[in-house]
Ligand binder design. Sequence first.
Ligand SMILES: Nc1ncnc2c1ncn2[C@@H]1O[C@H](COP(=O)(O)OP(=O)(O)OP(=O)(O)O)[C@@H](O)[C@H]1O
Ligand SMILES: [Mg+2]
Length: 407
Amino acid sequence: MPKHVIFAAPFFLDATVRFIRGACDLPGVDLTVVSQDPLDKLPADIRDRIAGHWRIEDALDSAQLVAAATELGQRFGPASHYIATLEQLQVPLAMAREALGIEGLSVEAARNFRDKARMKTVLRDAGVPCARHALTGDRSEATAFAERVGYPLVVKPPAGAGGKATYRIDNDAQLAELLDRHGPEPDRPTLFEEFVHGTEYSFDSVFCNDRLVWHSISRYMPSPLEVLENPWIQWCVLLPRDISGEEFDPIRQAGEQAVRELGLVTGLTHMEWFRLADGSIAVSEVGARPPGAQITSLLSYAHDVDFYKAWPHLMVFDEFPVPPRRFAAGAAYIRGQGRGTVRHVHGLADAQQRFGEIVVEARLPREGAAPSDSYEGDGYVIVRHPDTAVVENALTEIVRTIRVELA
Ligand SMILES: Nc1ncnc2c1ncn2[C@@H]1O[C@H](COP(=O)(O)OP(=O)(O)OP(=O)(O)O)[C@@H](O)[C@H]1O
Ligand SMILES: [Mg+2]
């Protein structure tokens, strides 16, 4: 009897489609898909390989996720796994799994990962270093927090993603302005955090039956918040080839502890953390899902392994053959400058001539496209090489050379 595995995805975004395609390769599995998007939005090669599809109106509604699984279960047997990569799906899907009696991340754990205030409380209580925070809808509490921890502060929605509505606040006047503009309101609290000064990194890890079996570290150049604050900056992410140095021991220890405290048993997680000037670290946040922003592709290139296949395999079979890190890899995110739509991409030929040999994947902005408001920009170039310095230099030079003109 094949296993029945359901993949839930509201929309067939590029990265989601790659994971669904990876899941199509699972041996002995009938893969079905639950989505808001219609089936014909899936690429034909996937349509041909999935066993079934069920469309729902709202994938964030756990009752609809349950109903879809029940329908599909009548044709393919009760599902053994119900998986999704989307951050916003983690809680409703955990609720659906619980209702259906399917194993996976618990509702409690999913809430720990989704609610940043709750996450920080769990982590601080466990002694994992992280910024002090206050979740409040009350003006005087917000002001008291500012007095206690001092400026700058970071304000964000408690369950945000993509750095949306995340700001740095430098003084009383900015705090007052923010509070005047939008709340906080008692029923819509805002998360206030002490600002962590440091270099931002990710710590991506695989847990298998409560055991950390693998991890990766990447450096953000610069932090996503700085990229959002400065429209001229084109972001880069660097995966050094060698991450065995003792400078990473503190995050290895804190990262493993953090994921365990939050309650993940099996899965691939994406954590963000800071290294402070004095060498100490602070964990920023963790997602109970594979990394976005092309980082899953970077992991694949650095290890010569397809992580879009490795993730569904891990989730369904509790197995992760640990791959050696053979390369350094990095992404330069190309971002439109100015106002309007994409007019022209300058510097491509130059960049191609200098770094074309180590480029393994690229997506360039389309002429006429509207620019994105994300730190991921409007396109990317991925490079890899055995020597980390070569990759770091290429990233720095690529974002210096390529300029996307908007008009
Ligand atoms: N306490 C903090 N101190 C300094 N910078 C911070 C702090 N919290 C967040 N940031 C900056 O803001 C960015 C976005 O914050 P956060 O990661 O919490 O939001 P998000 O919406 O989950 O983002 P994403 O989905 O892009 O990871 C971080 O990557 C970091 O650069
Ligand atoms: Mg983040």
